[in-house]
Structures are given as structure tokens and as C-alpha cells.
Ligand binder design. Sequence first.
Ligand code: SDX
Length: 431
Amino acid sequence: MSKDTLTITDNRTGRNYEIPIQNGTIRSTDLRQIKISEDDFGLMGYDPAFMNTASCQSKITFVDGEKGVLRYRGYPIEELAEKSTYLETAYLILYGELPTEAELKQWAHNITFHTIIHENIKKFIDGFHYDAHPMGMLVSTVAALSTFYPDARSIFDPESQRKQTYRLIGKMPTLAAFVYRHSRGMPYAYPDNDLSYTGNFLNMLFKMTEVKYRPDPILEHALDVLFILHADHEQNCGTNAMRSVGSSHVDCYSAVAAAAAALYGPLHGGANEEVLRMLREIGSKNRVPEFIKKVKAGEGLLMGFGHRVYKNYDPRAKIIKQVADRVFEVTGRNPLLDIALELERIALEDDYFIKRKLYPNVDFYSGIIYEAMGFPVEMFPVLFAIPRTSGWIAQWQEMLSDPEQKIARPRQIYLGPEKRVYAAMEQRRSA
Ligand code: SDX
């Protein structure tokens, strides 16, 4: 009769061990009993970059990389993108259920009435160079929010968690828009609480001298769908940073700043910016084969392709391609799309990419839309961080409420020098 256990024979000692299997995993701490002597520390698992390590149990997002499946709290991303809104999806991700009409109305009100930021924050946004990268400015200003809301240190207080959630989701678009306006040398445009979440964001970004900004409904909706697609993605690099930094019991603003800093990296959320630079560098469809050849020769990455989990088409990329068509009806077609489509066509037929299961990910097409909407490439990672804030908070709250979680502190394999005696200056030689 089969048992959910692993039997391990340690050939160094001949001893056998039976390790329970649960949820397709074994507990790494169960390996510590495997020793060669009483004073032996015991076995550890070694897993650089956590290629095969589950760091937590979570009920928020499910990804099946082989099948290209993404669900938030069980709802397929395709359905949410078609039928939901970002604020409704953020509520779902945070609280586990779709809100009732009254709950959604109250939730939208609470977020809307936390869009204003303290006037002093403008002073240090003004202190950045004109050409400071918006993501560098965003990471800094989010961290600074912790100095304006010291009540956020009560991380286990449900009321404080709710208040900081309203503030973070409400203020991220304002901070993003303010850093954008600073980089353009333009006056700040304040929130307009009559507008939707994305409508108000577009207002704060692009309002000129008109008395009231009227967002284009097609662009407003397209951005809302893009925000839904970017809201959470289980234990990605940025979320791992949120959980790890949050495990020290620091306030959520400092943890979100750490998560946003991780997202900034070109291998993660910064990839959408790199995709645009790559498409511009390629310049035309007929230069795609030459570029692919360089990638296959190891002379660079095909940015926007590949994923640690998806070994199939990223379902978000499929939806983004559909959104692109709607946006281009308003903005006109972005010629870079033709280069991207040709890259995808050739890559999906090429054994180099097929063998490595490299498909377009969420970042491959998003930047083409953002550019068509008038965003500079430096703003693209910022457009990723805004919606991902709800996912980061949800994962942070889940970590804090998980009785098994404690401060994250991995072990290591030490390969450095054995004990040495301090060398006097005359005994030293240059390395
Ligand atoms: C996001 O984790 C998440 O969920 C992230 C995210 C989210 O929502 O939070 O989905 C968002 O970050 C999407 C990924 C955006 N990044 C990029 O588009 C950058 C380009 N992609 C690669 O850097 C890479 O694919 C990663 C970082 C995304 C994944 O890297 P892995 O899982 O560590 O894979 P790997 O680097 O070990 O690659 C395996 C092989 C290698 O070749 P060999 O050594 O076997 O010969 O595939 C090759 C890699 O060289 N490879 C690529 C490639 N990605 C991997 N070759 C060319 N172009 C690429 N893009």
C-alpha cells in the first residue's frame, strides 16, 4: 500500500529515514535528522535562487507554468481581465472574495480618499535631478512614506493594516504621476476624486491647462486591464523581497520599497523597459533574423521572453496583445509591434527557444502599449509597480498571519578559509 513518505538511505552510515511528503514537498528541516555523528549539524537542502524551494503556503495566486494558467483566488485571469476592474481585483486578492456592490463602493471610496500625499513629499521629489529614473524616485518616495505614517509600525493591528492598504493603493498612482511630472519639468496635477482609479492616474499624468481632465475611456479601460494583469504573481522576485523584508516586522512602506526595488531590475519588472530598447535597437523587421542569431550565440537576451515558472505562453501576454489592438484604435498603431510580432514568430519556430521553453512573458507586449499611450520607457517599471502593490500587500498580510512564518534567514555552505591568525603588515602580500 503506497504511503506519502520518502525513504532515504544514508549510504555514509547505512541508516534509513522516512520523511513525510505533504503537498508535493518535504520539509527541509526533516533532513536535519540525517547525520553522520551526534555533533553533525545534519543535512540541508542547497537551492541557489530557490529553483526548487517552496518558501511559503499561499491561497492568493495559482500559476501552472506548463499549462500557462494564472488564477487570482481561483478566478482565471482571462475572466477577471474581461469582467472585473483593477480595484475589484485588488479587493479579491487582498480579502479572498469578490466584493458585494456595497463593499466595492466603500472600498473605492476609501482608496479614492487616500490619493492625496503630504505636501512635504513634493519637496524631496523636487530634489531629484531632472533626469532621475522614475523608478528610483518611486522606490525612494515609497520608503519615505514610512516617516509620515509611524502608525504603520503596528503591523499586526488589523485597523492599521487596512489604513496602510488604503494609503498605499491610493497613493502609488499619485507618487508615480508626480515623479513623471517632475521628470518632465511640469507642475504637479492633483487627484480628481470624480475619476476612476486609472482615469485619475491619467489625469495626474497628462492634465494640462484644461479645467477638468477627461480621460479617453478606451485608454482608461486598457490601463485598468493592464493593472489587473500585473496585480499579483505568487512568489516572484519582488514578492519574495516583500515577504523577506516584511518578515523582520518592518513597516509595510519599507517592505513595499524593497519589493519595488527588486521589481526595478531588468530581469524582472524592468524588462518591459528593456524590451522597448531592444525593439528600437533592432529597428526593422528585416533585422530580426540578425538579432535572433546574436541571442542564440549568447550575445544577449531576448527581453520579454522566458520565465522561471511559465514554460508555455504567459496568459497575460495573450491578453495584452488583445488590449494593444483596442489602444491602437485611439493612438494609432505602434510600428514596433510589427518587429515584436516578427520576433515572436521566428522565436517560436526556432529550436533554441523551443528547447528552452522560452515564450513571450507579460513584459513582451506591455511596453508597446505604454509607448503608444505616451509613456516614456523609464515609466514602464513604474506602471508595473502601481498595480503590483495590492499583490505585495496581500502576500505581506498572509505572511504575517502564517503561524509557521518567522524572520527569513537562510543558511549557507561555507567554502571560505579555515581559522587564520591575524597577519602583521610586514607579513602580508598583495592579493
Ligand atoms: C517578470 O517570476 C515572476 O512571476 C515574474 C513576473 C511577475 O509577474 O512578477 O512574471 C514578471 O519578471 C517576467 C520576466 C521578465 N524578464 C525578462 O523578460 C528578461 C528576459 N528573461 C530572462 O532573463 C529569463 O527568462 C528569466 C529571468 C525571466 C527567467 O530566468 P531563469 O528561469 O533563471 O532561466 P535561465 O536564466 O536559467 O534560462 C534557462 C536557459 C538559459 O540558457 P542555457 O544556459 O540553458 O543555454 O534559457 C536561456 C538562458 O540563457 N534564456 C534566454 C532567455 N531567458 C532564458 N535566452 C535568451 N533570451 C531570454 N530571454
